[in-house]
Design a protein around this ligand. Structure first.
Ligand SMILES: *[C@@H]1O[C@H](CO)[C@@H](O)[C@H](O)[C@H]1NC(C)=O
Ligand SMILES: *[C@@H]1O[C@H](CO)[C@@H](O)[C@H](O)[C@H]1NC(C)=O
Length: 466
């Protein structure tokens, strides 16, 4: 349940009030639409619902603002839900995620929920709890073994939990070719999802297709389930999105919803355009050459000055080393100069700690005010260049809520630097053993959670990641 685009849907269950009985809406684009937005979610000028556009661990929510009552009526047999939306999961590196989903929940706010593989709707203590009353259709682009994910590209039904009730690899049934066709959820192409539930038949169908293909006759997920067991009054419906520390964008182009009827189809031609993104397949090398020649052409003589400056600069203190493997590989490479500035020139005052591996400094990026921890691997350390590269490559691929994410790195001839998320409360051993401060008393509940998190991270390191 890793990279997922979750749309959470709150469904009122009773069918008492007649205006609720056949309640519905259809948004071909979201310009002027009243939505409850939270986290990073926003509606752009051209009416695109942008759930997230970030390279950090974040969440984004867009909920229908009003509660839906009476979904839980005694005549729940009568309840039916039909919804469809067009979404785009875009990534700028090889890996994306984590996830997006359609959500039905008793609240449109999730203040304690975690990003990344918790999909912005659960946290470590409430997963699996039947009092959540949360129903979600997840679009998950990363395999998380802890939650029994089948692969890194699946659609699943989740009830109160990150372990899916049922899930299946993303594909659609092509009526033309009479066969299932594989789909990649985060290819950056617009895809349409339909979720249909019939209370009379206790049948849930979930169907996926590219937007240029009519709705397939055979659903992707089709199962017998009584959703009325999980519904309270009222419920909210919405879309939720969660990210890891990878550059991704999650968009929704249109959304249609209907209770006790069939959601009106979206008009594809009226949907807003997507912003232009550099396509992930463009080789950085080519881009550099294009950019470089443009600069040379337009700046004429000045470019010669730059080249001379570049040669001089190469020898000076900010010189860096590049190799082939770095082009294919994910985490961001920082400029030495930027890291030098963020840590105020690796000032003693910014020192967070030191060990056999080197020294760790606190850094603050002047423009974004983002705090980071910069690990400077010392020259005489046993952790040599090979180990350093191994650490970047493995750590860059690790995505787990209790492992500090690697944001990027930097290399110079004699120096190796790693950039991590800054953990404001320092190391646990400081809290336990620092003589200068009063000892921190941890409750049993906190201790249990710490141990559980450590164990989960160890399990993930040993067995969880690819
Ligand atoms: C998304 O973020 C990128 C990088 O921060 C920015 O260049 C781009 O304009 C953003 N896109 C939108 C639609 O806001
Ligand atoms: C679910 O799909 C099946 C076909 O697999 C269809 O017969 C049934 O009517 C569908 N039910 C709903 C509620 O859409």
């Amino acid at each position: 349940m890793y990279l997922e685009f979750l749309v959470w849907f709150l469904l009122p269950w009773k069918s008492v009030a007649s205006q609720v009985e056949d309640f519905g809406f259809t948004y071909n684009g979201f310009r002027g639409v009243n939505m409850s937005l939270d986290g990073l979610a926003q509606i752009t000028d051209n009416g695109l619902l942008m759930l997230e556009n970030t390279s950090l661990q974040q969440v984004g929510y867009a909920f229908y603002p009003y509660p839906l009552h009476s979904m839980n009526s005694s005549t729940s047999d009568a309840l039916s839900i039909s919804t469809t939306f067009v979404f785009v999961l875009w990534k700028s590196t090889k890996y994306g995620g984590p996830a997006m989903g359609f959500v039905i929940a008793p609240s449109k706010e999730f203040p304690d929920a975690l990003p990344a593989n918790y999909m912005g709707i659960f946290n470590t203590t409430n997963i699996g709890d039947s009092s959540n009353h949360v129903i979600a259709i997840e679009l998950d682009v990363l395999q998380n073994r802890e939650f029994n994910d089948i692969d890194g590209n699946h659609v699943g039904l989740n009830i109160n939990d990150l372990k899916s009730v049922q899930s299946t690899s993303a594909s659609y049934f092509s009526d033309q070719e009479n066969q299932h066709v594989h789909l990649s959820l985060n290819s950056g192409q617009p895809l349409q999802l339909w979720v249909e539930y019939s209370g009379a038949e206790k049948q849930l169908n979930v169907t996926l297709a590219p937007i240029n293909v009519p709705k397939p006759t055979i659903p992707l997920l089709s199962l017998k389930i009584d959703l009325s067991l999980f519904i309270v009054d009222p419920m909210f419906v919405g879309l939720s999105s969660a990210t890891y520390t990878l550059p991704v964008s999650h968009y929704v182009l249109g959304w249609s919803f209907k209770m006790n009827g069939e959601a009106r189809e979206l008009t594809i031609s009226q949907l807003p355009n997507l912003p232009h993104h550099k396509t992930p397949k463009t080789r950085p090398g080519k881009l550099f050459i294009v950019a470089f020649s443009v600069i040379v052409a337009s700046l004429g003589l000045i470019s010669i000055f730059f080249i001379i400056q570049f040669i001089v600069k190469r020898k000076n203190k900010f010189a860096e080393v590049f190799e082939d493997w770095e082009l294919d590989y994910g985490p961001r490479r920082f400029k030495y100069k930027d890291l030098y500035i963020t840590t105020k020139g690796f000032k003693e005052k910014e020192l967070l700690g030191a060990g056999g591996f080197g020294r760790v400094y606190r850094g603050v990026f002047p423009t974004t005010k983002t705090e980071v921890a910069v690990k400077r691997v010392s020259h005489n350390s046993r952790q040599g260049e090979r180990e350093f590269i191994a650490e970047i490559i493995t750590n860059g691929k690790l995505r787990h809520w209790s492992i500090v994410p690697l944001l990027g790195y930097c290399r110079r001839k004699e120096e190796l630097l790693l950039v991590y998320d800054f953990m404001p409360n320092r190391s646990l051993d400081k809290a336990l053993f620092d003589q200068t401060k009063p000892k921190m008393m941890l409750s049993w509940c906190q201790r249990f959670r710490i141990i559980r998190s450590v164990a989960a991270a160890l399990l993930y390191l040993h067995e969880g990641w690819e």
